[in-house]
Design a protein around this ligand. Structure first.
Ligand code: NAD
Ligand code: UDP
Ligand code: UDP
Length: 325
């Protein structure tokens, strides 16, 4: 627990979402005061209901595309729908959230002269022609496709962070997050880990897009949040971007087989068309995170999947996934 002088008031945008709610748990555990600002578009009160009445926690329903005038010592900017189904639901709003949201939170950080963290993404690398992806790689992104609202929105947000840093001397920390999974993922957000687990637990077919030979690297949420905290605690002047993710690389078919084995499900594989612009391969080079943050993931995929399966098992048993928002 931090003493009074060391205690910070931390603003977490998107704090009612999957990653944000885990981050808030860790910040409260270490003694910080937390303001969660979220418009509950993809997040849910359920993710933060255990914090109801916590003396150092406050929830504000707020859309980051509008200005926010509050006091804080540090800002984590996570507000943005993250799964393709969600960010493609209202693509214009997705770009606005990334770009106007970044401008407003940077304006807030500028007024407060406080440190600000950006949840960027491996999607800035697009369908990468460099493998594994290092931070020096500029990416291969389609500017006019169905993923562009998210990819280009996040790229523009990075531009804004670095221009506020250069032009206004802002203390920025930019993390490029690779696919992350764990408890509190939204059961209907269409992401591969939540889809496969929910399908396996219900005995429904496991939907593999394409032939399942595309690869992803899956990081367990606790590991990721540890990376956030370490990046935020680096010395002023260290801006990133820093890749945060698990370098273990698996094909989507391998993931399906692991989920079937760990759930003991009788589900069969079902092959569906590959969505447009779906990256063929993705794996972070985490050398910078290892050297600058002394960070690397600790939780192996089987272990993380086992914990996530236990979460969804409880959720489905409790109320049925379709009403679990
Ligand atoms: P999530 O959808 O669970 O959380 C996003 C949160 O932002 C939700 O609570 C949502 O209600 C809120 N939000 C959306 N638009 C908003 C707006 N205009 N104003 C205020 N709040 C708004 O997704 P997540 O997986 O927790 O992702 C959090 C952040 O991390 C996002 O910025 C995402 O782009 C980034 N990220 C996540 C992953 C991943 O694998 N989970 C990978 C790369 C980057
Ligand atoms: N802003 C905010 N809270 C603040 C300060 C600024 O939400 O405490 C928003 C405001 O909408 C502003 C934006 O951040 O337009 C960018 O601020 P900046 O100072 O960079 O530029 P401005 O537009 O004020 O010249
Ligand atoms: N995917 C799949 N079946 C599903 C959901 C996703 O095969 O039910 C694939 C998807 O086409 C992609 C990978 O799994 O190649 C990861 O998808 P996700 O949406 O989780 O993340 P992203 O594509 O943003 O990395």
């Amino acid at each position: 627990m931090r003493n009074y002088e060391a205690r910070q008031r931390v603003l977490v945008t998107g704090g009612a979402g999957f990653l944000g709610s885990h981050l808030i748990d860790r910040l409260l555990e270490r003694g910080d005061e937390v303001i969660c600002a979220d418009n509950l578009f993809t997040g849910s009160k359920r993710n933060i209901e255990h914090l109801h009445g916590h003396p150092r926690f406050e929830f504000v329903r707020h859309d980051v595309t509008f200005p926010l005038y509050i006091e804080a010592d540090a800002i984590y900017n996570l507000a943005c729908p993250a799964s393709p189904i969600h960010y493609q639901h209202d693509p214009v709003q997705t770009t606005k959230t990334s770009v106007h949201g970044a401008i407003n939170m940077l304006g807030l950080a500028k007024r407060l002269r406080c440190r600000i963290f950006q949840a960027s993404t491996s999607e800035v690398y697009g369908d990468p022609s460099v493998h594994p992806q290092t931070e020096a790689y500029w990416g291969n992104v389609n500017p006019i496709g169905i993923r562009s609202c998210y990819d280009e929105g996040k790229r523009c947000a990075e531009t804004l962070f670095f221009d506020y840093h250069r032009q206004h001397g802002l203390d920025i920390k930019v993390a490029r997050i690779f696919n992350t999974y764990g408890p509190r993922m939204h059961p209907n957000d269409g992401r591969v880990v939540s889809n496969f687990i929910v399908q396996a637990l219900r005995g429904e077919p496991i939907t593999i897009y394409g032939e399942g030979q595309q690869t992803r690297s899956f990081c367990y949420v606790d590991d990721l949040v540890e990376g956030f905290l370490r990046l935020m605690d680096t010395e002023a002047g260290f801006t990133g971007p820093v890749n945060l993710g698990n370098p273990g690389e698996f094909t989507i078919r391998e993931l399906a087989e692991k989920v079937i084995a760990l759930t003991g499900s009788a589900s069969k594989l079902e092959f569906r068309p590959l969505p447009a612009d779906d990256p063929l391969q993705r794996k972070p080079d985490i050398t910078i995170a290892q050297e600058k943050l002394g960070w690397q993931p600790q939780v192996a995929l089987e272990e993380g999947l086992t914990r996530t399966i236990a979460y969804f098992d409880g959720l489905l048993a409790g109320q049925g996934a379709t009403t679990a928002a």
